[in-house]
Design a protein around this ligand. Structure first.
Ligand code: NAD
Length: 486
């Protein structure tokens, strides 16, 4: 762990084994932090924020550090990509994409921080009102295992750009790329204690970050149930919170869509990163008139997806993150069967040959579903697609919004006006027309309803790491004349 500019073991000496989900091999043993470690890190972050000039560092200097960090990460891109694939299983081509995106995220916030952020208002003479942005303070940042490096970049870049300090906690099972990233943070010269890395269990280390009165903001990405407990823990000192939570996002295909493009994007929407994507298009809504033809084409192509070790350049879909998570996904497949949905493809663990020791599940598709089924309503977070059919635009929108979530959604049609009508009706924060999944550092990321609170990325992402102060200046100081007590 990296606390106060020092690499340290856990105070109680505990460790955790980190595995490769494709082979089951232990690939690292890391410190398992406890309550004292996280409290130590919070004190360090507090000290740097309260007692050093880090929060007042000129933006151009913070930008220089972030750009240097981006350059070093870029120089080591392939090493990070391989490490990410070994630790979380995703195919190498996806890890390479993530590393590149992370580099660009640091560059984006380096570029943004020295651009105009304030406002001035012409109020009544002789007053002038200014609005300035200031850092929030100590931030607790907690991320999940599905995009370990990218989530670290999304959290650290705007936080440090804004002059805050941080205690960052990766997911228990995927700490490796974060450890390497903090080596770079040390190398480029951020002040010791400005950015701290603590590893350990969510209910211990994560909970303390959410509950501590010495933390000013908690930023969390993860499951909706955990998000709710973070919100409760954060209420003690009413700290600022950002929550990026789960989803059950609809991908709507109309009969007039470009057929082949829609089929391939329907696959990409659910099978990228083995479906372990918060914004996965996990519900495919297909118009009645093309339903059967579309589903047979989808099954035909999905059957051929090359599942394997992510390190193999030919692999198109890797293993699930852990044995426990795979069990959860397989249980959902059983639930779907028991609920009466038709298992149209896959539905089981792959165990033959090279699959034997990994957490591999075949691409899975359920058809003939009804909206009340658990597999339609609950986030499975695996390569399991549920198909719903609809008659018309109105029914498509109704089914799409029939969920507690509101993270993402897509629509495929060649009718531009219809696409816009449907997208505007979707209760979701991230949407796509005739594509699925592309995201950009420039645009805000976050959900409606129970998919979260607040936005990351873009200018909105920097706003989330700044307080807003109004300064009212009297340009002609003199007595107010309000009290007449001569
Ligand atoms: P999770 O909620 O179990 O864990 C996420 C992080 O929270 C981990 O670091 C974990 O250690 C920590 N944590 C667990 N319990 C905690 C507690 N009581 N207090 C504080 N921290 C705690 O989620 P996961 O299984 O790692 O990730 C999958 C979930 O993340 C999915 O629901 C997915 O949709 C969501 N996700 C959302 C986004 C988004 O941007 N909206 C992005 C990626 C993943």
């Amino acid at each position: 762990m990296y606390i106060g500019g020092q690499w340290v073991e856990a105070e109680e000496g505990n460790c955790r084994e980190v595995c490769n989900p494709a082979t089951g091999e232990v690939i690292a043993v890391v410190a398992e932090g406890g309550i004292n470690d996280v409290r130590h890190a919070i004190m360090e972050a507090r000290r740097v924020f309260d007692e050093t000039d880090w929060p007042d560092t000129p933006p151009v200097e913070r930008a220089r550090l972030l750009n240097k960090l981006a350059d070093k990460l870029e120089e080591r891109a392939e090493e990070f990509a391989v490490l990410e694939t070994m630790n979380c299983g995703k195919p190498l081509r996806e890890s390479r994409f993530d590393v590149n995106d992370a580099v660009n995220c640091f560059r984006y916030y380096a570029g943004l921080i020295n651009k105009p952020l304030g406002q001035t208002y012409q109020v009544s003479d002789p007053m002038m009102t200014m609005v300035v942005r200031e850092p929030i303070g100590v931030c607790g940042q907690i991320v999940p295992w599905n995009y370990p490096l990218l989530m670290a970049a999304w959290k650290l870049a705007p936080c440090l750009a804004g002059g805050n300090t941080t205690v960052f906690k990766p997911a228990e099972v995927t700490p490796l790329s974060a450890i390497k990233l903090f080596e770079i943070i040390e190398e480029v010269g951020f002040p010791p204690g400005a950015a701290n890395l603590v590893l350990g269990a969510g209910p211990v280390v994560g909970h303390e970050l959410a509950a501590s009165h010495l933390v000013d903001k908690v930023a969390f990405t993860g499951g909706t149930v955990t998000g709710r407990s973070i919100m409760q823990a954060a209420s003690g000192n009413l700290k600022k919170i950002s929550l990026e939570l789960g989803g059950k996002s609809p991908n709507i295909v109309f009969a007039d869509a470009d057929f082949d493009a829609a089929v391939e994007f329907a696959m990409f929407a659910i099978f990228a990163n083995q479906g372990q994507v918060c914004s996965a298009g996990s519900r495919l809504l297909v118009e009645d008139s093309i339903h059967d033809k579309f589903i047979s084409a989808l099954i035909e192509r999905s059957r051929k997806i090359r599942v394997g070790n992510g390190l193999d350049e030919n692999t198109e879909m890797g293993p699930l993150i852990s044995f426990q998570h795979m069990q959860k996904v397989l249980q959902y497949i059983e639930v779907g069967r028991a609920e009466g949905a038709t298992l149209a493809l896959g539905g089981s663990r792959l165990t033959e040959g090279a699959y034997a020791d990994g957490n591999f599940v075949a691409p899975t598709i359920f058809t003939d579903t009804t909206p009340d089924m658990r597999i339609v309503q609950e986030e499975i977070f695996g390569p399991v697609l549920v198909v719903q059919r609809f008659r018309d635009e109105e029914e498509a929108v109704r089914l799409a919004n029939d969920t507690i979530y509101g993270l993402a959604g897509g629509v495929f049609t060649q009718d531009g006006a219809k696409a816009m009508r449907v997208i505007r009706k979707l209760r979701a924060g991230i949407t796509w027309i005739n594509t699925y999944h592309p995201t950009y550092n420039e645009a805000p990321w976050g959900g409606y309803k129970q998919s979260g609170i607040g936005r990351e990325l873009g200018t909105f992402g920097l706003d989330a790491y700044t307080e807003i102060k109004q300064i009212n200046v009297n340009l002609q100081p003199g007595p107010l004349g309000w009290y007449n007590n001569d």
